[in-house]
Every structure is written in C-alpha cells, then in structure tokens.
Ligand binder design. Sequence first.
Ligand code: SAH
Length: 398
Amino acid sequence: MNPPSLSLKAHREEAVVRGHPWIFSGALQAPVPSLTAGSIVDVYDVDDHFLGRGYYHPDTDIAIRILTHDPEEAIDAAFFARRIRAALALRSPIIGTETDCYRLINAEGDFLPGVIVDRYAETLVVQISTAGMDRLQTELIMALVNVARPQGIVMRNDVSVRAREGLPRERARIAWGQASPLVEVHEQGMRFMVDVMNGQKTGFFLDQRDKRAALRKYAPGKRVLNAFSYTGGFGIAALLAGAEQVTSIDQSAPIIAQAREQFAINGFDPDAHVFAVGDAFAYLEEQANAGTQYDIVVLDPPAFSKTQHQRPQALRAYRRLNGLGLRVLAPGGLLVTCSCSGSVTLADFQSAIVEAAVQHGRALQSAEIFTHGLDHPTLMAMSESGYLKVLFCRNGSA
Ligand code: SAH
C-alpha cells in the first residue's frame, strides 16, 4: 500500500528536483491531509509527477524531508542497509587504515535526514533529531547491526533541537548490545578515550580528523597553544609530530583532566606541558600582555552563532578572538583558526580574520583551507549543510 500523497503548489518543485531534501510547509497545496508527525508520505508536483518519498511533520517549517526519489523503494530495514553500505563505501579510504573512529552517517549528507551515527571502534553512537527518523529507529538499528556489525549501540538523544520536533530530550542509553561508557579509539597513531555517554557531541570531535593530520607537518620543534582544547586532540597530534611544548586551555576542569590523561596514554608526560582551566579569551589576553609567544596557535571555539540573527555578534567575537591569537603568535608562526558557526560563511570568516590582522598590523598568508572531512559529506544541492571552516594562515609580517 502506498503512503498518503501530498502535492506541491505550482513552481515549488525546483529545489527538490535539484536534490534538496527539504520541502517547506508553504510549498504544500491545501488542503493538507491530517497526518501525525513522522508519517511517511509521497510528494507530487502540481502535474502529478512523483517527486519523492519522505517523512512529514505537521508543525515544523520543514514539512517534509525526502528519503528517496524512487517510487518503488520502501522505507524499511533494507532501505537503511543500502544507505549504510553506500556510506561505508564513501569512507573506505580512511576506515581501518587511518582510523577506527569516524562519522558513519552524516544525516542529509548521506541521504538520511534526521540522524547521525558515529563509530568509535566497536561502538556506534546514534543521535536522532526528527520525529520522522524517531519513528524509523527500529529499522535503522536493525540495519546498523546487520551491516556495520558493532558490539553495541548507544543512543544520544539528548540534544535540544529535538524539542522543535516535539521529541523528548532523553538520557544517553545503550539501545542494543554492549557498550562501555569509555571507548578507546585510534586515529593515525594517536589513542583517545572517548566518553560516549556524556562527552560533547557524541564524545569526540571527529570533524577535525583531517585538520589534526594537516597540523602535523608544521609541528616539529614548535611551541603550540591549543585554545578551546577539549580533550587535547590538536595538541597530541602536534606532539606526535615532534612539537616541543603544548599549552592546552579549556573552560572545563573535568575536560582538562581528561586532556592530561590523554597526553599520558599517548606517552607524553602531562607535567612537561601546560594545562589551564579558564576562559580562553582572558587567558590569551594575559599571555599577550605578558609577552608570551607561540609558533602555532590553534583557536577552535564553540559555535558563536546558531542563527542569522546572531551573525554580527559572532563576527565580532571572531575578530576579537583572532586578534588575541595574533598577539601571541610569533613572527612566521601559524594560526589555525576554526569556525563551526553554521550562519557564518567562509567569506565572512575570512574577512573577520583579515580585520583582526589589520588591527594588529599583521599580513596573513593563507596556507591551507579546510571544511569537513570525507566522513562528513554534505549534499552539493544543499549549500546550508556545511558548518566548519578551518584556515591555516602564516603570520607573514616577520
Ligand atoms: N578543539 C577541540 C574541540 C573544541 S570544542 C578538539 O578538536 O577536540 C570547544 C571547547 O571549548 C569545549 O571543550 C568547551 O569546553 C570549550 N569552551 C567553550 N567556551 C570556552 C571559553 N570561553 N574558554 C575556554 N574554553 C571554552
């Protein structure tokens, strides 16, 4: 039996035809049948051509998220298995050789809106953000078990965006099999202990994998400041590549304690390095006033804006932070500056950094620019799905 059908108004199909998976409520022809949140629906254009099959929400601006463009494809465990196999194929260049932790499913970017799945060795961590995907979780888990063959699956449905869809914020829980709360993972010769039940995001910043790797070639013999360090990822990458000394600063004392442990399990004596708990802005200012200099400064703050409305204040914060970073950066040194604010574009971010450089009399050379790694694919037809920008710039005014 086919799912209920909904039709778009005239001329509203263009984005879907191009491959954008969202249909806004204003594009739907009235009367829209009364359907519960998460119902599977078929979408047609005004001339009754099939456009796609997806899930519907009666109360959100995004009324439908498309799951398939194939009218014959049922949304069942086999559908999820096909999507997961395709996701594994895309990631095959890094799986096993580079790392045993990576994002396995990146929502829309892997044609599965509303869910991310991260792999930490034998443990999968699943986060569901929409009512439609919530209703499909049995099929999703069955397919993950069969195709990805984990030992355990942890559900991290503890994110606030779920409220928009009328979903409860749940506690982290084991949804299938067995999982230890602290999982050891390996990435390019580094070891990390990941707190899959309580850690930020799903426990680790998988999205910085390729940037951690890129940093290595600059690191031998260098003094590194890792601001907003979380559990120390960039610092450990630099040390393994031969950095002389690493300073890690984060506002959270338990996180800095984990960073120290992480140094130790990678064979570096935490007491030979500097760990500071506090506000990175204040710390940078203190260091700048004291005349301290670093050869590499990594700035990886949390998102300063989640909405367009907060964009101007986010840009001011990036200018200020990067200005402070430049004050402690030695001539010829490397600034690694990150932005994970979705509403700030690469061009916006780049101009904020230039303004900070001008203010402090620096001329920056762009060495390398990164976005997401290959395990965080985005849809070409959906420009808003990328969020991460990372600039490696040389302090050229030596
Ligand atoms: N670079 C990290 C991820 C950083 S996430 C990695 O690659 O693993 C952002 C971090 O900034 C979080 O750990 C959070 O605790 C910390 N943080 C947030 N606001 C801060 C502030 N004002 N000063 C210092 N740390 C802050």
